[in-house]
Design a protein around this ligand. Structure first.
Ligand SMILES: [Zn+2]
Length: 317
């Protein structure tokens, strides 16, 4: 069974006018995914729950959590040039992180092989002690840490196919061999990190694997490099769980500078991840969390293709 976490309370995280990470993104993905996959025997929709402070503290500093809360309680505003937070943003961010943990619980309880969170704000640019790039809490990192620390897993693979490098996730797990971080992204590009030479440090050495994509890389090459990258990762580890940073801003229509992908490409890439790690390598499941994607139609189309592929895969396993 596929669990889809969809909670309209994330609309309370409101952007200033004209900001690309706007509440309408949630409405677009929710509408498109529900149209593609109605609630049914093999698809369950659930509201989120807020991540607890203990769950957040596994990957974030206490001082950062406290500073963010008091900033927002005082009315909020811009945290940096790109990242905003208002009075209800901590609640929405806790729901986005908690939705990711719900996905982990769904998979590890044996209720189903796949889960998808449609919550915002996104998370992969947020580090231990900083918000960044529209992200407040690192949702996929909170999910991976829950699998490790609350459920006793030893090997988690995080795959990040957002257009932008998942610098926050990389930072959090850079020295941690329990999490293998695989990111494919446009480079050089914002946020500047994600060169092929960034491979982890200390006991985490070679547990980070970046595939930088030059501007103008064709969709065919993006798909090939992704497939080849996954094959290399599969030779390195047997993950017990896969957590996916599912940004859809490589879509051709994305205003951030996409890489020419179509919605169907995300369906195919989803199929490849599940086939390799869930079917062949025996991982328990896949937990996917929405990251970027800023053209509403392209976002809906891509998320629907992704969800449909997750559904097909979780029903045939
Ligand atoms: Zn992005």
């Amino acid at each position: 069974m596929l669990l889809i976490v969809s909670d309209p309370r994330c609309l309370e995280h409101r952007a200033p006018p004209g900001h690309p990470e706007r509440p309408e993104r949630f409405k677009a993905v929710d509408r498109a995914v529900r149209a593609a996959l109605p609630e049914g025997l093999q698809t369950r929709y659930a509201t989120a729950r807020e991540a607890t402070r203990e769950e957040l503290l596994r990957v974030h500093d206490a001082a950062y959590l406290d500073e963010l809360e008091s900033f927002c309680a005082d009315g909020g505003g811009m945290l940096d040039a790109d990242t905003f937070a208002g009075p209800n943003s901590p609640m929405a961010a806790r729901l986005a992180a908690g939705a990711a943990v719900l996905g982990v619980e769904h998979v590890l309880s044996g209720a189903g092989r796949c889960a998808l969170s449609l919550q915002r704000p996104p998370g992969h640019h947020a580090g231990r002690g900083y918000p960044m790039g529209f992200c407040l809490f690192n949702n996929v990192a909170v999910a991976a840490a829950a699998a490790l620390d609350a459920h006793g897993l030893e090997r988690v693979l995080v795959i990040d196919w957002d257009l932008h490098h998942g610098n926050g996730t990389q930072d959090i797990f850079y020295k941690d061999p329990r999490v293998f971080f695989f990111s494919m992204h446009r480079h050089p590009f914002w946020p500047g990190t994600g060169a092929a030479g960034e491979r982890g440090e200390g006991t985490g050495q070679d547990f980070t694997f970046n595939i930088p994509l030059a501007e103008g890389t064709s969709p065919k090459d993006v798909r090939r490099l992704f497939r080849e990258g996954l094959a290399k990762v599969a030779k390195r580890i047997d993950p017990q769980l896969v957590v996916l940073s599912a940004g859809f801003d490589m879509h051709a229509a994305d205003p951030m500078g996409g890489l020419g992908l179509a919605g169907a490409d995300y369906g195919q890439m989803t199929h490849e991840v599940a086939e390799l790690f869930l079917v062949k390598k025996g991982a328990m499941g896949l937990v996917s969390c929405l990251e970027g994607g800023y053209n509403l139609d392209a976002l809906g189309e891509s998320a629907a293709a992704h969800a449909t592929a997750l559904h097909a895969k979780s029903c045939t396993m």
